[in-house]
Design a protein around this ligand. Structure first.
Ligand code: ZN
Length: 227
C-alpha cells in the first residue's frame, strides 16, 4: 500500500509552534508580506534575516509531539511506500524520527547561498551575513520558500500522489492549496482520501474528515494502518 501524507502547521501547533497566521492575519506579529517575499528581503534584509533567526532559535525550545512520532512509526513499517510531504519549515518530523521528509516550503535549519546555489545545514544566525562555506560570499538567505517562489519537489509530490492508494492531509485546510489540489489528483487516481484537522471546513472534498487535535487523531489513524 502506498500512502502520501501532507502535513501543515496543525501538526506542529501542539509542540508550541504557532500556526502560520493568527486570526488577525499576522505571523508572530508581522505581516507575512513584510518578511516572507523576495521583495521584502531585497528591501530590508536585516529585518527578514532577524525574523528567521528568531524562528530558527525557537526550534531549540520545542519538541516533536505524538503526531510526529506516530508518522515516524508509520514510516518504519512502510519504508519508501510512505511519502511524507510537509508545508512546515520546522524540523520536528526529523526529530520525531522520520527519515524521508519532503519540505515543500524549505527548511529553517538550512541556508541557501544565492551566489553558488549551494544549501548548507544551518543552526546559527544569518543576520550577520556569514560567509558561504562553499564560495565565501556573504549571500546566504534562509532556505525557505517565500510567497511568489516555487515550492520544492512538486514533480515528485505529484507523482507520489498519482501513484498512491491513500492520501491523508493533516493539520492543513483541505479546502486551501496545496491540500485542495492534491486531494483532486488523489481522487482522480482512485485513491482513498482522509483529512485530519482540528477544525475541518464544513465542506470538504476528502472522502473522510476526522476532527481533533493532531496528537490524538494521528496516532489513532497510524494504529489503524498498522493493524
Ligand atoms: Zn556560496
Amino acid at each position: 500500500m502506498k500512502v502520501v501524507v501532507l502535513t501543515g502547521a496543525g501538526v506542529s501547533a501542539e509542540s508550541g509552534l504557532p500556526t502560520f497566521r493568527d486570526p488577525d492575519g499576522l505571523w508572530e506579529g508581522h505581516d507575512p508580506m513584510t518578511v516572507a517575499t523576495p521583495e521584502a528581503f531585497a528591501a530590508d534584509p536585516d529585518l527578514v534575516q532577524r525574523f528567521y533567526d528568531e524562528r530558527r532559535a525557537v526550534l531549540a525550545q520545542v519538541r516533536p509531539n505524538a503526531a510526529h512520532v506516530a508518522l515516524a512509526r508509520l514510516e518504519e513499517h512502510l519504508g519508501d511506500d510512505l511519502y511524507l510531504v510537509t508545508q512546515n519549515i520546522d524540523d520536528l518530523h526529523e526529530r520525531g524520527g522520520s527519515k524521508r521528509v519532503h519540505h515543500m516550503h524549505g527548511r529553517l535549519r538550512a541556508a541557501w547561498c544565492t551566489t553558488c546555489d549551494r544549501r548548507h545545514e544551518w543552526t546559527d544566525s544569518l543576520v550577520g551575513r556569514p560567509a558561504c562555506p562553499t564560495c565565501g560570499q556573504a549571500t546566504m538567505r534562509p532556505d525557505v520558500v517565500w510567497f511568489g517562489e516555487v515550492p520544492h519537489d512538486m514533480d515528485s509530490v505529484q507523482q507520489a500522489i498519482f501513484d498512491c492508494d491513500v492520501f491523508v492531509a493533516i493539520g492543513t485546510s483541505g479546502t486551501v492549496y496545496p491540500a485542495a489540489a492534491f486531494v483532486h489528483y488523489a481522487i482522480g487516481n482512485g485513491a482513498d482520501t482522509l483529512e485530519l484537522n482540528l477544525a475541518p471546513e464544513p465542506v470538504s472534498d476528502f472522502a473522510q474528515v476526522r476532527q481533533g487535535p493532531a496528537t490524538e487523531t494521528v496516532p489513532a489513524w497510524v494504529e489503524e494502518m498498522l493493524r
